[in-house]
Design a binder for this molecule. Structure first.
Ligand SMILES: *[C@@H]1O[C@H](CO)[C@@H](O)[C@H](O)[C@H]1NC(C)=O
Ligand SMILES: *[C@@H]1O[C@H](CO)[C@@H](O)[C@H](O)[C@H]1NC(C)=O
Ligand SMILES: *[C@@H]1O[C@H](CO)[C@@H](O)[C@H](O)[C@H]1NC(C)=O
Ligand SMILES: *[C@@H]1O[C@H](CO)[C@@H](O)[C@H](O)[C@H]1NC(C)=O
Ligand SMILES: *[C@@H]1O[C@H](CO)[C@@H](O)[C@H](O)[C@H]1NC(C)=O
Ligand SMILES: *[C@@H]1O[C@H](CO)[C@@H](O)[C@H](O)[C@H]1NC(C)=O
Ligand SMILES: *[C@@H]1O[C@H](CO)[C@@H](O)[C@H](O)[C@H]1NC(C)=O
Ligand SMILES: CC(=O)N[C@H]1CO[C@H](CO)[C@@H](O)[C@@H]1O
Length: 584
């Protein structure tokens, strides 16, 4: 009896331990899922059309969800899908809790989430708090001085000059040029709009606005999303005293945005407080609901010091899980040296407060694509870089295929608002249409994007060669490279390994990822247009046991090839991921 009892105790201790272990794993899955995730940005208008109107839609996305599973992507973020007059393609919202009819219905959205859940794909939504549309009922009621909405926007009288002319309250400028203040005849006041006149700024100094936006977040959380990407966070608050901004000295044209130094309209201290409030809302929600931690990522082009304040402030108060790191877009380009790359990668890691996770944005809908920014031959190397750095990787749709900008869109086909405003002679290099052309699925009609006779943006004519189908059947391709990198990312050494970089020379850099008990990995990139033969013997401790793990589509190497650390030959723009085998 005694023995049985002991056994029972041992068994139940074992069960409890096993249980605890599982609980730990569950806790990890719930709270840490995002820390090594690849977030794939879908630009819904250009992803997949399902109803032949030439515009991508939710049912189209749902029909493509298996593609993510096949590729190894388990989280996507969607650019805005909310009801909108589409002055700025969804970044001007007229109802935060409805779907834009051309994208579908709330039922379509529910179906998308249900299918995504089945496939294990988490969905993040874009949240655009900086302003609503002027067609939003809140704004219409605010104009009419409905007491509930009277102060939902930033209204000011301006100044009446001695000669009877009325002028705005201060010198603030719109991002799209001219005064940021728009006169409203009906209310006889100016409203603030940092973008177009159709995008009035919400007044976050009014608690009712914060409550209304909390309700919007809860509405979508209840639909089963995994969090938000928050747009244009640096524009949310403005100086309460409405002080004039000083001249920047950058231009003499007083209508241009950069005429002023935006010390009173960008990155105001209150922005951080609002994000901290939203973080609490999301954390509370996650704690009281099943499912993963609901996370928040923010878009804001700001200095590295300002960005780090988003992770957590000086008092340790937590903001978003991560602010987007745009260094690959804003700091590095086709002319960057190996040292530039290492410098900016290290800068983020060094500034980042302890206990936080790095992230790397390789592209988005507002900037030229990788193939056009760094050159078409760099596509594979840049994806190797993105996927083997520590932390989170962010891919813009089409970058896994190496899609290129379609810069030759005609003036009459141009639809991007700032490009249209720039006029026929200047639109071409300003336009964001070139990186927004539809996804290139195959070489059929409109690349498989749509059966419509006319698509909202023209297809990039290179789709006949450059498309997913071709890259799936090819023995080697950008897509296959991307796919194998995603598989490789499962390795503990890429999840948790240390990061040690080396500038080999002006043109070549490398970094090691190392984790106790695991093979080390080495990523090496040639960022210039010449063949390089480099010696990295001093950088690694296992000089003779290097084997190739991932190669570009056009590489001379094959997976499994052995390399000699003293003489690694790299073709122009070549990247390699190499395994450093332990010596027996
Ligand atoms: C937004 O759309 C939803 C769903 O159609 C509707 O119930 C709600 O009243 C609308 N909200 C506003 C502020 O118009
Ligand atoms: C009034 O004065 C302002 C500032 O000097 C000037 O810009 C504006 O044109 C004047 N308006 C009229 C009606 O004279
Ligand atoms: C989150 O929960 C805490 C504790 O219940 C509460 O004090 C706080 O107000 C909540 N915050 C938000 C934004 O919901
Ligand atoms: C790179 O250098 C070339 C030659 O100086 C120049 O024409 C080009 O504009 C530069 N590219 C960038 C992105 O600065
Ligand atoms: C286009 O039509 C073909 C033939 O009916 C069909 O197989 C395909 O799914 C359609 N594609 C789209 C994007 O609607
Ligand atoms: C990575 O490290 C974290 C904490 O340091 C740990 O919880 C996790 O299990 C590790 N993951 C792997 C794959 O080693
Ligand atoms: C790279 O060099 C080759 C051969 O000299 C040349 O044809 C090509 O235009 C160069 N590419 C770039 C992006 O400079
Ligand atoms: C950074 C930025 O400008 N983000 C968005 C804020 O809103 C404007 C106007 O809708 C958009 O054009 C931007 O993309």
């Amino acid at each position: 009896m005694g023995i049985i009892k002991v056994l029972t105790v041992v068994l139940s201790v074992g069960l409890v331990l096993g249980h605890n272990h599982n609980q730990q794993k569950e806790q990890d899955a719930k709270y840490n899922w995002w820390q090594h995730e690849v977030f794939y940005q879908i630009y819904p208008r250009s992803f997949q059309d399902s109803n032949q109107d030439g515009i991508g839609d939710l049912r189209g996305i749902t029909s493509r969800l298996e593609y993510f599973k096949e590729t190894g992507i388990t989280a996507v973020w969607l650019s805005p899908i909310y009801e909108s007059p589409m002055v700025d393609f969804g970044y001007d919202i007229s109802n935060y809790t409805n779907i834009q009819p051309e994208y579908g219905t709330l039922e379509d959205f529910d179906a998308l989430i249900a299918r995504a859940n089945e496939l294990g794909v988490k969905v993040i939504l874009d949240f655009v708090p900086n302003h609503s549309s002027n067609k939003h009922p809140w704004f219409i009621k605010s104009v009419a001085r409905d007491p509930e909405y009277e102060n939902f926007y930033v209204w000011e009288d301006g100044t009446l000059l001695a000669n009877g002319t009325r002028v705005p309250p201060n010198n603030w400028l719109s991002v799209f040029s001219g005064s940021a203040w728009e006169w409203n005849d009906e209310r006889q006041q100016y409203y603030l709009r940092q973008f177009t006149y159709g995008q009035p700024d919400l007044n976050y100094r009014n608690p009712a606005v914060i409550q209304a936006m909390d309700d919007v977040m809860l509405f979508w959380l209840n639909k089963g999303i995994a969090g938000f990407r928050i747009d244009a966070i640096i524009y949310i608050y403005e100086d309460a005293q409405l002080r004039d901004e000083p001249r920047s000295g950058a231009t003499d044209d007083p209508n241009l945005e950069n005429y002023l130094d935006h010390i009173y309209t960008r990155n105001q201290p209150e922005d951080y407080g609002l994000l901290q409030h939203w973080r609490q809302l999301l954390d509370n929600y996650s704690a009281t609901h099943d499912g993963p931690l609901r996370i928040m990522m923010t878009e804001g082009y700001a200095s590295v010091a300002q960005l780090m304040e988003y992770y957590e402030d000086a008092n340790g108060v937590q903001g978003p899980e991560f602010p987007f790191n745009f260094d690959f877009i804003t700091e590095l380009n086709e002319n960057s040296t190996a040292a530039d790359f290492v410098f900016y990668i290290q800068r983020w890691l060094i500034y980042m407060p302890h206990g936080h996770v790095a992230n790397w944005v390789m592209g988005n809908h507002d900037n030229p694509r990788v193939a056009s920014r760094f050159g078409p031959k760099t596509v594979d190397a840049m994806n190797m870089l993105l996927m083997t750095l520590p932390g989170i990787a962010i891919t813009y749709n089409g970058e896994e295929l190496g899609m290129t900008d379609y810069r030759d869109i005609s003036w009459s086909d141009t639809v991007d608002q700032p490009a249209c405003e720039a006029g026929r002679d200047n639109y071409k290099w300003i336009s964001r249409d070139p990186e927004r052309t539809p996804m290139q699925w195959n070489d059929g009609l409109n690349a498989g994007f749509s059966n419509a006779s006319h698509t909202w943006l023209p297809m990039n004519p290179n789709y006949r060669e450059l498309n997913l189908r071709n890259q799936q059947v090819a023995r080697r391709s950008h897509y296959k490279n991307y796919q194998s990198l995603l598989k490789l990312r499962q390795l503990p050494v890429l999840r948790n390994g240390s990061f040690v970089p080396e500038v080999v020379n002006r043109r070549v850099f490398a970094f090691k990822r190392e984790l106790k008990g695991e093979h080390s990995l080495l990523t090496i990139l040639n960022v210039k247009n010449g063949t390089e033969v480099v010696d990295i013997g001093d950088f690694i401790d296992q000089p003779n046991r290097l084997s190739v793990l991932v190669t570009g589509a056009e590489s001379q190497y094959r997976v499994g090839d052995r390399l000699k650390a003293e003489a690694i030959e790299l073709a122009p723009y070549e990247g390699l991921v190499i395994q450093l085998n332990k010596r027996k």
